[in-house]
Write a protein that binds this ligand. Structure first.
Ligand code: KG4
Ligand code: ZN
Length: 367
């Protein structure tokens, strides 16, 4: 299937070097952790293919991601996954207009595989290389198949490595309001799941276990940071769960995994919703949005939705498949870099700790 506008041909109207009369096709590549993914996205918005090859079964037996195994699996899968995405989109490699790749943050060995593949393609095809910050990708998942946001927009990014509350104030501007001081929300889900004997990744496992549990069964602490209503801390909560489990087991009492999972999930969701409510109260955004793997959590979504509704603010979140790591979100963010004329050099080197530059967030809007 070809995107709309193909009839306009390859020699469409040029504007500042950009052909605006036909869709711009971005190939997205994501290998920052344990998903090898390639996607084809038209105009940064329409998903033509989004192939995700998960390594979860490989890492599950170790209870978490083993970096070297992840890199090796990416090396094995990267070409088949890119090929599968092109086939699904019905496009030849020569029809790709730009190549977007996750340049960090993430596991360095894993990032190198995607970046090396993207550079090879960009050089061979003589097309722009777009270096995407993984978090900007998670945020951009909110713009796939949707309209652009209204500003200011409050965005909670909750993933395995980050818990950031951002205020997107304009298409090219954002403020970091708060972040986690220790564990990220997803990391806390993964660690508590492990202690409960649940499989990796912990988030979906805890959500499933919590469905049959009582969220008020275990009394867990809430960390509140004096003078900072927007930042979070989850290490105390995680330790409280571990202490509870040790105490109960030492006393010979049977632990209800469902009750602990439900109580822990409620505590995390309560903490996150409090931060969102503080952000709404302080900045009165037009929209509230969620991003990152933990945004797939149904209790978090309904609690944030309720908070947004109470405040009369629009709420948006990506569908679960676009919340966790995928290349369509990287293509969406990459397209915005391309529109802003921010192609990367072929000397691009990924960075495990790449900070979210303000302009990475939403550098372009067609509003
Ligand atoms: O965004 P992501 O796929 O990778 C990172 O960039 O880190 O997020 C992965 C995290 C994991 O910690 C996983 O346990 C969590 O997202 N996660 C969830 C759910 N699905 C994934 N956490 C809570 N509930 C879920 N349904
Ligand atoms: Zn991610």
């Amino acid at each position: 299937m070809r995107p709309q506008g193909k009839a306009c041909g390859r020699s469409g109207r040029q504007h500042g070097g950009m052909d605006l009369t036909r869709p711009h096709i971005t190939l997205g590549i994501e290998t920052s952790c344990d998903e090898t993914s390639a996607a084809v996205v038209a105009d940064g918005r329409r998903v033509m293919a989004n192939v995700i090859s998960s390594q979860i079964p490989l890492h599950q037996r170790y209870g978490g991601v083993v970096p070297e195994l992840a890199s090796r699996k990416h090396v094995e899968l990267i070409v088949p996954v890119i090929r599968a995405a092109l086939t699904e989109a019905g496009l030849a490699l020569s029809e790709i207009d730009s190549i977007a790749v996750t340049a960090g943050p993430g596991l360095i060995g894993a990032l190198l595989v995607g970046v090396a593949a993207a550079k090879g393609l960009a050089w061979a095809l003589q097309k722009p290389l777009l270096a995407v910050n993984h978090l900007a990708g998670h945020i951009a998942a909110n713009f796939l198949e949707r309209d652009e946001p209204e500003y200011p927009a409050l965005c909670l990014v909750v993933s395995g490595g980050h818990t950031d509350l951002l205020l997107l104030t304009a298409p090219d501007r954002a403020m970091l309001l708060g972040r986690t001081l220790d564990d990220a929300a997803g990391e806390a889900f993964d660690k508590v799941a492990r202690a409960l004997g649940l499989p990796y990744p912990g988030g979906p496992a805890i959500q499933a276990a919590a469905a049959g549990g009582d969220p008020n069964a275990v009394d867990l602490p809430q960390a509140r940071l004096l003078g900072d209503p927007f930042s979070t801390s989850f290490s105390g909560l995680k330790t409280a769960v571990l202490n509870y489990l040790n105490r109960e087991r030492q006393a010979g009492r049977t632990v209800s995994v469902a009750d602990v999972a439900a109580s822990f999930q409620r505590a995390v969701v309560t903490a996150l919703v409090e931060r969102v409510e503080a952000g709404i109260a302080r900045y009165q955004p037009r929209e509230v949005m969620l991003a990152g793997g933990v945004a797939a959590n149904s209790e978090l979504r309904s609690a944030v939705r309720a908070a947004a509704e109470r405040a009369g603010v629009r709420f948006r979140f990506p569908p679960p498949r676009l919340c966790t790591d995928n290349a369509a979100m990287i293509a969406a963010a990459g397209y915005r870099l391309w529109r802003a004329g921010r192609a990367a050099p072929l000397s691009l080197n990924p960075s495990a700790n790449l900070p979210l530059g303000i302009a990475d967030v939403v550098p372009w809007s067609d509003k």
